[in-house]
Design a protein around this ligand. Structure first.
Ligand code: IMP
Length: 193
């Protein structure tokens, strides 16, 4: 495969994914390289649907094979929400701390501790033909927010078989087990085989 477009404006994700691709000698283009600033509405009901909306949009705009990802957290005590609305859910509280307090309160009240992060990557290679690569990490909600690494919901999520939150793990440790790295590894295995 020659060129591949990663449909994302998230600087940190682009850096992270470029690093992985370099190891495999694959050339990755970003939206900035192609001066693309418009994005489709992410109005899918699932991570898979949102990832496909973005990768189809990128392919249709450029004709270059394109992939996009969509992720979030699903929390048992919230009936497995916020899911695809994870970013909005966090932003709707007056602070990250109050969001975490509310989640922890619901978890304690219902005694439903489970949670998982999921990433779906969609790769569009031809008109309306896409492939999906999923990654998931199971765990539970912590009784208190802890740790300074990572982002988003990392401080309240304890991966299964661990006794630390994702925010207490280094970036390298998180990348070894994360939903995102599982999905990216599946994508890369597909591309190099
Ligand atoms: P995105 O689709 O990857 O941009 O993720 C949407 C939202 O889900 C983010 O804004 C975060 O709030 C949350 N999220 C996704 N992945 C992670 C993660 O690895 N750690 C913590 N929060 C995450």
């Amino acid at each position: 495969m020659g060129q591949l477009l990663f449909f994302s404006n998230n600087k940190n994700k682009i850096i992270e994914i470029r690093k992985i691709f370099k190891k495999f000698n694959l050339k990755l283009l970003s939206l900035r390289d192609l001066d693309i600033s418009d994005e489709p509405a992410e109005n899918g009901r699932t991570f898979e649907e949102n990832a496909k909306i973005k990768s189809d949009f990128g392919f249709n705009k450029t004709g270059i094979p394109c992939f996009a990802d969509d992720s979030g957290i699903c929390i048992e005590a919230l009936n497995w929400k916020p899911g695809v609305l994870s970013k909005r859910f966090l932003n709707d509280f007056k602070s990250t701390e109050s969001c975490f307090r509310s989640i922890i309160k619901s978890t304690k009240k219902t005694l439903k501790l489970k949670a998982y992060f999921k990433t779906s990557i969609s790769l569009t290679v031809k008109d309306n033909q896409n492939l999906i690569f999923n990654g998931k990490i199971d765990g539970k909600i912590s009784v208190q927010a802890k740790g300074g690494f990572g982002f988003g919901y990392d401080p309240i999520f304890i991966p299964k078989n661990y006794n630390k939150t994702l925010a207490e793990l280094s970036t390298k440790e998180k990348n070894e087990i994360s939903h995102r790295s599982i999905a990216v590894t599946k994508l890369i295995n597909f591309l190099i085989n």
